[in-house]
Design a binder for this molecule. Structure first.
Ligand SMILES: *[C@@H]1O[C@H](CO)[C@@H](O)[C@H](O)[C@H]1NC(C)=O
Length: 326
């Protein structure tokens, strides 16, 4: 049996390899900077995701450890190599007719016309209030997808299917993405997540540091206590993470990923997207105080695979995998 430490080192190896491969394959040219907000208050929700798909495997076997370390730890420009390498992460932007493009959250690429994010991220009332009338756009491929604002116009959205109760949204594009080495879909996992399943997410607003956050499933009892009936809403409840701030942790719709072994190599798969915290502390509910012990209730993708396939006119077998996650 694999220990947690061993699993973590495997994951790190995978990400380091991915970063190295992608960083060398593309030159990161970025003079813009900073990264910051995304909304959400008492129950916080905010930003984005990552992972690249099928070539994680080849990346691991073909990259020597020394190459990997030096390349992966170097950040060129405004966005760290690790985030840049997250080819399945796109940015969900609000394009205001008066104030331009504003990043709202991360969106994860499933196919050239389908992306997923959290339901809270895809509600337009917040951005309308903040930035004025406009429309949703998707930015993929370049580091602009992680920046607060950009001059890139992105791809037009046809419709967004929001499941409010399960805090999940499926975005359908009217202008399909061009899939390439830097724009890729990730397979969704249809398997249940267990207490020992290896999970990670990307803090996509942390553009200069290490965005990777390791997540663990919360115990049923604690999760049920904070949000009774959470399993009926298909939430994936995760334990508190280091330095979390319930009122503003800047995670929103970020991909929660794991790994399956396929043809002898680890391949990233999508479990869900980051969702909201629930706190029993009244002041935390109204954003007056932080609750470092709050659990987070994320949306699982598995219950939505059928609907996503229908919305995209896709074969569910091709966008999901039933392989047992590590
Ligand atoms: C995500 O990144 C932002 C910006 O670096 C940081 O302020 C925030 O605390 C991070 N969130 C978590 C949960 O680590």
């Amino acid at each position: 049996m694999l220990t947690t430490t061993r699993l973590l080192s495997i994951i790190l190896a995978i990400f380091v390899a991915l970063s190295a491969i992608q960083a060398s394959a593309q030159s990161i040219d970025n003079s813009a900077g900073s990264s910051s907000s995304s909304e959400e208050a008492s129950t916080s929700d905010g930003a984005s995701t990552d992972a690249s798909s099928s070539d994680a495997a080849s990346a691991i076997s073909s990259t020597s450890p020394t190459d990997v370390t030096t390349t992966a730890l170097t950040s060129s420009g405004a966005v760290s190599a690790r985030l840049s390498a997250a080819t399945f992460i796109a940015g969900l932007f609000w394009s205001s007719s008066t104030t331009g493009m504003h990043r709202r959250c991360a969106a994860t690429i499933i196919s050239e016309t389908i992306l997923v994010t959290s339901g809270a991220c895809a509600q337009s009332d917040n951005p309308i209030k903040k930035y004025g009338d406009g429309e949703w756009r998707i930015v993929a491929g370049t580091d602009d997808r992680f920046l607060d604002t950009t001059s890139v116009t992105g791809n037009a959205v046809k419709s967004i299917d929001i499941n409010k109760c399960q805090n999940f949204a499926t975005i359908v594009l009217s202008e399909p993405l061009t899939l390439s080495d830097t724009v890729k879909g990730i397979l969704m996992s249809s398997s249940p997540v267990s207490q020992t399943t290896t999970m990670a997410t990307y803090n996509t607003t942390n553009t200069q540091g290490d965005p990777l956050l390791t997540l663990s499933k919360g115990g049923d009892e604690a999760c049920e206590l904070l949000l009774p009936g959470y399993t009926k809403r298909n939430f994936l409840c995760t334990q508190p993470v280091d330095k979390q701030r319930v009122t503003a942790d800047f995670l929103g719709g970020d991909a929660i990923i794991g790994f399956v072994v396929q043809s002898g190599a680890a391949q990233p798969v999508l479990f869900g997207v980051t969702g909201l915290y629930y706190s029993t502390i009244a002041e935390a509910q109204t954003a007056q105080t932080n609750d470092p012990t709050a659990y987070r209730y994320n949306a699982l993708v598995s219950p939505h695979i059928g609907n996503i396939a229908t919305l995209g006119g896709l074969d569910a077998q091709k966008i999901a995998t039933a392989a047992t996650p590590m």
